[in-house]
Design a protein. Structure first.
Length: 91
């Protein structure tokens, strides 16, 4: 995907916000810890980085659930496959 720097930064901010929300509400992290985790999961990638933004192919909900519950979260916690409306409202 080719996007402008503004589009990339908007997407990056949105995914960081979603990831931090999940880490606070489901992962038990403080707001500061959740923000740090989001920055680590979603580092800024320069425009010339190969595969820039590839992490965006799945939403922050999925990546946070993997971090909290592991690779089998969808099997072991089927109620967590789809994000709740509170998470969806972040958009």
């Amino acid at each position: 995907m080719t996007w402008s720097e503004t589009e990339y930064l908007d997407c990056l901010r949105s995914e960081r916000r979603g990831y931090a929300w999940v880490m606070r509400h489901h992962g038990g992290l403080s707001p500061e810890e959740a923000a740090k985790a989001a920055l680590e999961r979603y580092p800024y990638e320069p425009a010339d980085a190969p595969f820039r933004g590839l992490i965006f192919h799945d939403e922050a909900w999925h990546w946070a659930m993997l971090a909290i519950h592991g690779d089998r979260y969808a099997v072991e916690h089927p109620e967590l496959v789809h994000p709740p409306s509170d998470y969806e409202a972040l958009e």
